[in-house]
Design a protein around this ligand. Structure first.
Ligand code: 5HY
Length: 241
């Protein structure tokens, strides 16, 4: 019996619903998934500025769910992942990290299809940080804003972008670069004939696995609980006792 808290770090309730449904669709019997988003922060995350200002809301949600057996940061930039791992004792999994690990388990070389070109640099940073510089064969943008992904036209455009990426990179799997694409992967995989990985569902299965193994984030060094610290102004509520 695991409780997995899936946090959409932007404030779009409809996107949180989509993410929650996709997560519950793959959760094992006995796993409870709670899908939440902060009440403060950006409506969507499409820039470094958005990402920086999404982190306080993400950390607030981590603090509000002390009983969770695992957390999923449901944004492809994996914003605030290290800070969340310091704050939580349960494992915290970023969807970019989960999707990239999963892609290398089912293929030799993966493509990433993200939303706007301006987010591709962040995806590349994570490819290098997570050690997938060789396995990632290309990062491509479908140029659809995050909150426009819910339209039928958007789905078609993402399918085309995945097919073009596969052919251009010579990849044998595709990683979807946005939590808002969580319910696209089966349809696209049928269309282009290779594994298409969504990070939300991959992260839920990884979180379940770690909970089943009884593994929690090590508190010995870098991910130790943040030290006592006074915060002022808008962030006074983040003061560490
Ligand atoms: C995401 N933004 O997964 C990222 C996608 C992106 O609000 N949820 C967002 O474009 O980086």
């Amino acid at each position: 019996m695991a409780l997995i808290c899936v946090i959409n770090p932007n404030t779009s309730r409809s996107m949180t619903e989509t993410i929650g449904q996709a997560a519950r669709a793959v959760a094992a019997p006995g796993t409870t998934v709670v899908a939440v988003n902060p009440t403060m922060g950006p409506a969507s995350i499409e820039s470094h500025y958005d990402e920086a200002l999404a982190v306080p809301g993400l950390l607030e949600q981590i603090a509000l769910h002390p009983g969770a057996d695992g957390f999923v940061v449901a944004c492809f930039g994996d914003p605030g992942l290290d800070a969340a791992r310091e704050l939580a004792t349960a494992p915290v999994i970023g969807i970019a990290e989960a999707a990239m690990h999963t892609a290398t388990l089912v293929g030799r070389g993966f493509s990433v299809v993200t939303t706007l070109s301006r987010t591709a640099g962040r995806a590349l940073d994570l490819v290098h940080r997570y050690g997938f510089s060789q396995a990632c064969l290309g990062i491509h943008a479908c140029e659809i804003p995050v909150l426009d992904l819910e339209t039928p036209e958007a789905r078609k455009a993402v399918v085309q972008a995945c097919r073009a990426a596969m052919e251009r990179d010579g990849s044998d799997s595709v990683v979807l670069g946005c939590a808002g694409m969580a319910d696209f992967c089966h349809e696209i995989s049928l269309e282009i004939g290779i594994p298409v990985i969504d990070g939300v569902t991959a992260a839920v299965k990884l979180a379940e696995g770690l909970a089943a193994l009884g593994l929690r984030t090590s508190k010995r060094l870098e991910y130790g609980t943040p030290p006592a610290k006074k915060y002022t102004g808008l962030l006074a509520g983040y003061t560490r006792p």
